[in-house]
Write a protein that binds this ligand. Structure first.
Ligand SMILES: Nc1nc2c(ncn2[C@@H]2O[C@H](COP(=O)(O)OP(=O)(O)OP(=O)(O)O)[C@@H](O)[C@H]2O)c(=O)[nH]1
Ligand SMILES: [Mg+2]
Length: 476
């Protein structure tokens, strides 16, 4: 959707809400009234869409009135709009708070909720069609899930709004994510954070024995030998530059260093739609479920997604993918079990192009009969995609299971050499003590880690934020 900046502006130019009320009433042909004493609602800005004379002539604000109390109140039946408007304006600009306001007095799904949601979208200048689409999809989801009462669906609603409004960076959302990340990394933290604290407490200065013990801790936490050496070198440098040997400051240095390491450059490639994304990785790492999660996110953001079953190794894998596609409302393409994966890719790209999809997510097999064949197969898929739709596949995403530890490095190397890897998604970070692998991957392969999987549910795939990750890993 891309109107995050507008939302930001919204809080500076609060007349937007008036405009929404204005348009809402105009659309429904509601007359204006002018009782006195309503001082909090400002007049619409001069550049606001002109109100049809028949509706607004008697009280239409002149430009000179801008900023002055307009003393407008809608007819009684629609008083909720102004109430909502005032509450929203007074509130802190945070999604969770807006949602509480929108949900005030609403205890279950129904027309009142839909109207309020549409009003919120309108106030934020979202295109009407997208707002309606959002509400429609959400209604359908509620039906499927048989949820009726607000507590049953509130968090899902907030999650969807965050995606639709691109508010994921919003502070509240970030805090929730940080909490989830910290919980997920609990075991890794035991390995790294707690032991580093012990190291800091047992040394009066950062000396050779300090570095030696640190090396041991890092290797134990699955950072791996080579990456541990690299990290220590960088930390030594940082400590030297800071001109201190005070162990109390070590965590701060480590956090800074990790943040730097995680700042892999985002690749910007020109994309001729549809964007074609190939998911690769060995078997069982979470490619198929991650495709579903990515599709879900993209759909929520208003993109039309096609999922293709390029893993033709097992019939069950195709069924699994089809169920996911249905569940998230994405298109689906398959040629059945045993089909040639490259043919599936070729035809899926054709379908995506001719049917105007925005994004094609191509599932691939994690295993063929031999490893060599798998790589050859993937290369072939790449070639045929490019033939059908020049420039595609635009991205190859390597899915890596965090619980495999050091093996993940080897996978990144193999796939990188064979087909090229543009980004990495790290799954199953929840409940593993091997989260140190994230550091190793970032150090060894200058590849962006774009998402992390923190559980099996749709909302458990989260954008990777190096700063938050470092904080979650080390604690505050
Ligand atoms: N706990 C947890 N489980 C996950 C995560 N991501 C995926 N899984 C689970 O991992 C299992 C394997 O996932 P799939 O998506 O089938 O893996 P795949 O890579 O497609 O496997 P193949 O098709 O056999 O190559 C499933 O049970 C998923 O639910 C995650 O982030 N956390
Ligand atoms: Mg699969």
């Amino acid at each position: 959707m891309g109107f995050f900046s507008k939302i930001k502006k919204f809080w500076d130019v609060d007349q937007r809400l008036d405009k929404a009320v204005e348009e809402y009433k105009t659309e429904r042909g509601m007359p204006e009234e002018t009782p006195a004493g309503e001082a909090t609602v400002k007049a619409p800005p001069a550049q606001a869409k002109p109100v049809p004379p028949a509706v607004a002539a008697p009280t239409a604000p002149k430009p000179a009135d801008v900023g002055a109390p307009s003393a407008k109140v809608p007819p009684k039946a629609e008083a909720w709009q102004n109430d909502l408007l005032l509450s929203l304006r007074k509130a802190e600009p945070r999604l969770s708070i807006w949602l509480s306001i929108v949900l005030e007095g609403v205890d279950k799904a129904g027309p009142q909720l839909w109207e309020r949601l549409l009003f919120l979208f309108k106030a934020l200048e979202a295109p009407e069609a997208e707002a309606k689409d959002f509400v429609e999809r959400f209604r359908k989801w509620l039906d499927d899930m048989e949820y009726v009462r607000v507590p049953e669906f509130r968090s899902e609603l907030q999650f969807r709004l965050a995606l639709a409004l691109e508010l994921e960076d919003e502070e509240d959302e970030r805090n929730r994510l940080l909490l989830k990340l910290s919980e997920g990394l609990e075991k890794t933290k035991e390995q790294i954070s707690k032991r580093i604290e012990g190291l800091m407490a047992s040394h009066s200065k950062i000396d050779e024995s300090f570095w030696e013990e640190l090396e041991e801790i890092l290797i134990m936490a699955d950072v791996g030998f080579e990456p541990s050496m690299k990290l220590i070198e960088r930390l030594r440098d940082r400590v030297r530059k800071a001109g201190t040997d005070d162990p109390a400051r070590f965590k701060e240095f480590l956090r800074e260093e990790l943040e730097t390491i995680f700042k892999a450059p985002k690749r910007i490639t020109a994309i001729n739609p549809p964007e074609v994304v190939m998911m690769i990785g060995v078997n069982g790492v979470g490619k198929t479920t991650t495709i579903a999660k990515l599709a879900y996110r993209a759909q929520m953001q208003g993109r039309r997604v096609l999922i293709a079953a390029g893993d033709t190794f097992r019939a069950a894998a195709i069924e699994q993918l089809e169920i996911w596609a249905k569940r998230v409302g994405a298109g689906f393409y398959s040629k059945g079990a045993g089909a040639d994966p490259a043919a599936v890719a070729f035809e899926a790209v054709d379908k995506a192009v001719s049917e105007g999809y925005d994004l094609l997510l191509l599932d691939t097999a994690g295993r063929l009969h031999t490893k060599i064949n798998l790589m050859e197969e993937l290369k072939k898929i790449q070639r045929v995609c490019g033939k059908k739709h020049p420039g595609s596949p635009h991205r190859s995403i390597l899915v890596v299971d965090a619980t495999t530890g050091q093996n993940a490095l080897q996978q990144a190397k193999l796939f990188g050499e064979a087909v090229g890897v543009d980004e990495i998604i790290l799954t199953k970070l929840d409940g593993t003590a091997k989260g140190g692998i994230v550091v190793a991957i970032a150090l060894e392969h200058a590849l962006p880690i774009t998402f992390v999987g923190l559980g099996e549910k749709m909302e458990d795939l989260r954008p990777f934020n190096g700063k938050d990750f470092a904080q979650a890993l080390l604690g505050t």
